[in-house]
Ligand binder design. Structure first.
Ligand SMILES: *[C@@H]1O[C@H](CO)[C@@H](O)[C@H](O)[C@H]1NC(C)=O
Length: 288
């Protein structure tokens, strides 16, 4: 055991450094969209930071638009008393019938857990919230938050562990995002009217500026440009790593997701019968 570990570790480090060297440079891959200097690209493009003070938050977006992809980002969330702050990290298309795949990190008092809020919009319709706590302190270090979006499913991952799967269930009449290219967007803003314990805990501006940091942005995706997909007309990728395009959850991943949902899920629209007196949304009742 020990000897095989000794043999494997250098390989793992080599693989890890390959992965990180393929991360996009923020100078080339993103545009700061708002915040008047509160968003900054640092370390020659390896690091991006967003900040929030009483006057404004800040945000950025990807230059590329995607029509399917696997997007990874390492994020270190606002530390300390982050109550009232929201760090949003999501894919979104344009227009009034937009598609959107959301991670939102709702801050909390020091020592109290962040809430990871997720949602999926198709053609302007959301109302599909699931919320989680995390099994680690997301402010102590960087962790990887990923969105997998392929024709069969959307999967939300935290450090490679799936926490939520939204399957393509067009066969039972549930709209699925598939026609509208989306950009990655991220922002840090004040939402103390609702974010922490339903708005009871207000942002403590004496702690400002609040800062979240980003690194190792990976866009393994079909890039959409001038009406065409880099993956070609049949939209299946030709790039070196195309496994994400048909990726599904194997039994190991399924087991991990069940563990997260059993132990860390704090809200699921699919069990909120009071909210849907006419019956739960169809995707909730469908058998997997
Ligand atoms: C903040 O902490 C409280 C107490 O542990 C918890 O109920 C809540 O879900 C946490 N998150 C938010 C965003 O309020």
């Amino acid at each position: 055991m020990a000897s095989s570990t000794a043999f494997l570790l250098p390989l793992l480090f080599a693989a890890a450094s390959l992965l990180s060297s393929s991360a996009a440079n923020f100078h080339q891959s993103t545009d700061i969209t708002w915040g008047d200097g509160r968003a900054q690209i640092l370390n020659n493009g390896d690091l991006l930071s967003l900040s929030l003070d009483r006057a404004s938050g800040s945000g950025f977006r990807s230059r590329n638009e995607y029509l399917y992809g696997k997007i990874d980002m390492q994020i270190k969330l606002v530390p300390g008393n982050s109550a009232g702050t929201v760090t949003a990290y999501y894919l979104r298309s344009e227009g009034s019938a937009w598609d959107e795949i959301d991670f939102e990190f709702l801050g909390n008092l020091s020592g109290d857990p962040y809430t990871v809020h997720t949602n999926v919009f198709s053609q302007g319709k959301g109302n599909r919230e699931q919320q989680f706590h995390l099994w680690f302190d997301p402010t102590a270090d960087f962790h990887t938050y990923s969105i997998l979006w392929n024709p069969q499913r959307i999967v939300f991952y935290v450090d490679g562990t799936p926490i939520r799967e939204f399957k393509n269930q067009e066969s039972i009449g549930v709209a699925f995002p598939k026609n509208q290219p989306m950009r990655l967007q991220s922002s840090l803003w004040n939402a103390d009217d609702w974010a922490t314990r339903g708005g009871l805990v207000k942002t403590d501006w004496s702690q400002a500026p609040f800062t979240a940091s980003y690194r190792n942005f990976n866009e393994n995706a079909c890039i959409w440009s001038s009406g065409q997909s880099s993956c070609g007309s049949n939209s299946s990728p030709t790039s070196d790593d195309k496994s994400w395009f048909s990726q599904e959850l194997d039994s190991d991943s399924q087991g991990k997701m069940n563990w997260v949902q059993k132990n860390y899920m704090i809200y699921n629209y699919c069990t909120d019968v009071k909210r849907f007196p006419q019956g739960l949304p169809p995707e909730c009742n469908a058998t997997a």
